[in-house]
Design a protein around this ligand. Structure first.
Ligand code: NAD
Length: 358
């Protein structure tokens, strides 16, 4: 049995509370499925800044580079909002993404049928929703050069950014999407703005080229404005959506909101070797930190994604997802997803229930 090393980064706010429950779940499946996973913890974000003066200490980065996978809680909070940009907690996250070249961001938007009432859309439109958005994370307009704000000859200021993707960047995110689709509904919809932006004309061409290597997966294309409309009109038509950094940023938040419960959504950011960082989609929720009421399920489901995508332990991932569904069937809810008739439980009690279901 090969040993697999997971780095645990609890972070700030509710991070330590929700990660503690996720680690209990990891330990349980590790034992049950004899996975040979070991783990150690390190500092990141505001808590790392407080201890070391850096949101991404050298020791954390070294451990992150050596790990097979990383489980992160969340970073940030009002305590650190006044800090200089270069040492803000978010820099810890961005530093991990760029140093580990985590270019492929996988964000599922799953609406458990038990939670259909939590969505702002009609239950029949969203019940059973299961979309995976694959977002390119390290390129595109967020990183393109040149960028800045300059003063023109007439004295007026002008802001500018560059939207750029090269072929290899598009090719690797395409592979990510097709590989993920093979494990699901075998359909990829590539989102572009090829009627206006040349960079996405190239995007579309490369998607077609890569699709030839995956004859079992169906590829379609959609303009981003239509995709936004279709996501709120008939979201269940999608299986995997693949898109660039900026469109993905916006569409994945919209898709997350379709489920009405950000406390339920996990995410993965992978590099070319399939190593990755796993974290809930939500932030550090400073408003409820320390109260023991945060929903740990997004972090627990992030462990399931980690087992599936980085640790080659599909059975353990399935078991965790089934346990979460079982707990929802029992009517147990943290306050963020509770409605009438539910039993409202705290963070640890929810962790206990998932462990019992496992
Ligand atoms: P947030 O996601 O932390 O919170 C938004 C709302 O959702 C809050 O009302 C919060 O209480 C609730 N919420 C979030 N997660 C929850 C959970 N697991 N259980 C129950 N309720 C939950 O977003 P925000 O308030 O915009 O940001 C707060 C801090 O988090 C900021 O410092 C921000 O920079 C940071 N942030 C970090 C990440 C990250 O670490 N990946 C992502 C987003 C925001």
């Amino acid at each position: 049995m090969t040993s697999r090393n997971v780095l645990i980064l609890p972070g700030d706010g509710i991070g330590p509370e929700i990660v503690a429950q996720a680690v209990r779940v990891l330990d349980k499946v590790n034992e049950k499925f004899a996975l040979g996973v070991t783990h150690e913890s390190a500092l990141v974000g505001g808590s790392a800044y407080d201890e070391t003066g850096s949101p991404l200490p050298e020791a954390t980065l070294t451990k992150a580079k050596a790990a097979d996978a990383i489980l992160l809680g969340a970073v940030g909070g009002p305590k650190w909002d006044g800090l200089d940009m270069s040492v803000r907690p978010e820099k810890g996250l961005l530093g991990l993404r760029s140093n580990l070249d985590l270019f492929s961001n996988l964000r599922p938007a799953i609406l458990y049928p038990q939670l259909a009432d939590a969505s702002s859309l009609k239950p029949e439109i969203v019940a059973g929703l299961d979309i995976l958005i694959v977002r390119e994370l390290t390129g595109g307009i967020y990183f393109g050069q040149p960028r800045g704000i300059r003063t023109l000859e007439n004295g007026e200021r002008e802001g500018f950014n560059t939207y750029v993707y090269n072929e290899s960047e598009i090719r690797r995110i395409a592979h990510s999407a097709f590989i993920a689709a093979r494990q699901r509904g075998k359909r990829v919809c590539s989102i572009d703005k090829s009627n206006v932006l040349e960079v996405t004309v190239l995007w579309k061409e490369i998607m077609e080229e890569v699709a030839k290597e995956y004859p079992d997966v169906e590829l379609s294309h959609m303009l981003v404005d239509n995709a936004a409309m279709q996501l709120v009109r008939a979201p269940k038509q999608f299986d995997v959506m693949v898109t660039g950094n900026m469109f993905g940023d916006i569409l994945s938040d919209a898709a997350a909101m379709l489920t009405g419960s950000i406390g339920m959504l996990p995410s993965a950011s992978l590099n070319a070797e399939g190593r990755g960082m796993y974290e809930p989609c939500h932030g550090s929720a400073p408003d409820i930190a320390g109260k023991g009421i945060a929903n740990p399920l997004a972090t627990i489901l992030s462990v399931a994604m980690m087992l599936r995508y980085s640790l080659d332990a599909k059975d353990a991932a399935d078991a965790i997802e089934a346990a979460v569904s079982n707990v929802l069937d029992q009517g147990l809810r943290t306050s963020d997803i509770a409605s009438e008739g539910n039993k409202v439980v705290g963070t640890e009690e929810m962790g206990n229930a998932v462990l019992a279901a496992l």
